[in-house]
Design a protein around this ligand. Structure first.
Ligand code: NAD
Ligand code: UFG
Length: 342
C-alpha cells in the first residue's frame, strides 16, 4: 500500500519539487500550504509532471486547530516533510515575531500531533546558515553552530533544538534534519520552479530576471573577499537533487528500524563555486549574456561556505548529480516560461 506523507509548504519552491519526487517514488501526498509565498497553479505543474494531482489543503500550519483537523480528515499519514516557513532573511530582521511565530509554532503543532495520529517521522528543512561563517571548508555536521545573524537563522537553530529535545524526551517519533546549502535551478520540464516575490534577494532569480531584461543589471556584492576571484563562494545544489534527498530520508525514517531516532545531514555538492563563476556558468550554458557590475559587499554575507556531504553520500546513499550548467539551463528555461505566462 502507498504510504501517505504530509508535505507542509508543498506548493513552495523546494516543496513542489519534492512532491513530484515523492509521487514518482510511489508515495501518496497531502499538501498543506497557506499560499503566502506560492500559488495554486503549482498543483497543475505537479500534476503535469507526475500525472497525479496531490491532495491539497489550503490552510495555515501555525494554526493548531487547522493541523488537527487535517490529521482527522486525512487518516493514515505516516511521515511529514516540514517546508512551511517564512524565509526572507531581511524581512525577519524587520518582523522577528512573525518569523518566530510562523516557523516555530508550525513545527510545534506538527510535533505535538504526531504521536496522537501515529505519524512516525518528520523531515525538517534546516540550512547551512546554522554554521555562520565557518572556520574551515568544507564544513561537516560536527562543526560548531554559530550565533545566528538573523531571526530567520535563529528559527532554524531553535527548530533543530526543539526537535532534538522532543526526540530525546522519548517521544515515539524519528526525525531527519537536512541542512541545505544553496538550492538553485528548476525542474527540467520547466513546469515548476522558484516564484520570487517582488524584487529577488537571491542570486539566481535576480540573475535570470536580469538575463530576461526584467532587471537592468545584476550587482555582484563585493569582489574584495579572501577568495580566488574576490567574490563570495557558495555550494549551489540543484533543487531536484535536493528533492530526491527528502525521499531517501523519508524511506530511511519509515522503513529502517536501525536508524537513529534523530539524524542530521548536510545537503550540498561538496564543491564551492564563486558568484562570478556561477555567472560564467549561466552565460556559457545558455549563451545569454548577463549585464553585471561589481558593487559593495552586502551586510551579513558569509565569505565562503561549502559542504562536506560525505555523511549524506555514505549513510543516505544520496549524491548531488546534476551538473551546474544543466541547473543553469533549467533555471533559464523556467524564467522563460514565467515570462511566457505573463
Ligand atoms: P518557499 O517560500 O518557496 O516555500 C515555503 C512554502 O510554505 C510556501 O509555499 C508558503 O506559502 C508556505 N507557508 C509558509 N508559512 C506557512 C504556514 N504557516 N502554513 C502553511 N504554509 C505556509 O520556500 P522554499 O525555498 O521552498 O523553502 C522551503 C523550506 O526550506 C523553508 O523552511 C526554508 O526556510 C528552507 N530553506 C530554504 C532555502 C532556500 O534557499 N530556498 C535554504 C535553506 C533552507
Ligand atoms: N549575490 C549577489 N548579488 C545579488 C544576490 C546575491 O552578488 O543580487 C551574492 C551574495 O552576496 C552571496 C551569493 O550571491 O554571496 C548568494 O546569495 P543568496 O542571497 O542567493 O544566498 P545566501 O547564501 O545569502 O543565502 C541563502 C538563503 C538563506 C539560506 C542560505 C543557506 O537566502 O535563506 O542560502 O541555505 F539560509
Amino acid at each position: 500500500m502507498k504510504q501517505k506523507i504530509l508535505v507542509t509548504g508543498g506548493t513552495g519552491y523546494i516543496g513542489s519539487h519534492t512532491v513530484v519526487e515523492l509521487q514518482q517514488a510511489g508515495f501518496e501526498v497531502v499538501i498543506i500550504d497557506n499560499l503566502s509565498n506560492s500559488n495554486i497553479e503549482v498543483l497543475d505543474g505537479i500534476e503535469k509532471i507526475s500525472g497525479i494531482r496531490p491532495e491539497f489543503v489550503e490552510g495555515d500550519a501555525s494554526d493548531f486547530k487547522t493541523v488537527r483537523n487535517l490529521f482527522e480528515t486525512h487518516p493514515g499519514i505516516k511521515g511529514i516533510i516540514n517546508f512551511a516557513a517564512s524565509k526572507a532573511v531581511g524581512e525577519s530582521v524587520e518582523k522577528p515575531l512573525l518569523y518566530y511565530r510562523n516557523n516555530l509554532v508550525t513545527l510545534i503543532n506538527l510535533l505535538e500531533l504526531m504521536p496522537e495520529f501515529g505519524v512516525k517521522g518528520i523531515v525538517f528543512s534546516s540550512s547551512c546558515t546554522v554554521y555562520g561563517e565557518p572556520d574551515m571548508n568544507p564544513i561537516d555536521e560536527t562543526a560548531p553552530i554559530k550565533t545566528a545573524t538573523s531571526p530567520y537563522g535563529n528559527t532554524k537553530q531553535i527548530s533543530e533544538e526543539i526537535i532534538t529535545d522532543f526526540v530525546h524526551s522519548g517521544a515515539p517519533i524519528k526525525s531527519i534534519i537536512l541542512r541545505y546549502f544553496n538550492p538553485v535551478g528548476a525542474h527540467p520540464s520547466a513546469l515548476i520552479g522558484e516564484l520570487p516575490n517582488g524584487v529577488p534577494n537571491n542570486l539566481i532569480p535576480y540573475l535570470t530576471q536580469t538575463a530576461a531584461g526584467i532587471r537592468e543589471k545584476l550587482t555582484v556584492f563585493g569582489n574584495d573577499y579572501n577568495t580566488p576571484d574576490g567574490s563570495c563562494i557558495r555550494d549551489f545544489i540543484d533543487v531536484v537533487d535536493l528533492a530526491k534527498a527528502h525521499v531517501i530520508a523519508m524511506i530511511r525514517m519509515l522503513d529502517n528500524e536501525d536508524s537513529e531516532p534523530i539524524e542530521i545531514f548536510n545537503l550540498g555538492t561538496g564543491r564551492g563555486l564563486s558568484v562570478l563563476e556561477l555567472i560564467d556558468s549561466f552565460q556559457r550554458s545558455t549563451g545569454v549574456k548577463v549585464p553585471y557590475v561589481i558593487g559593495k559587499r552586502r551586510e551579513g554575507d558569509i565569505e565562503k561556505i561549502w559542504a562536506e556531504p560525505t555523511k549524506a553520500n555514505t549513510v543516505l546513499g544520496w549524491k548531488a548529480e546534476v551538473p551546474i550548467d544543466d541547473t543553469m539551463r533549467n533555471a533559464w528555461a523556467w524564467q522563460c516560461r514565467l515570462a511566457d505566462k505573463k
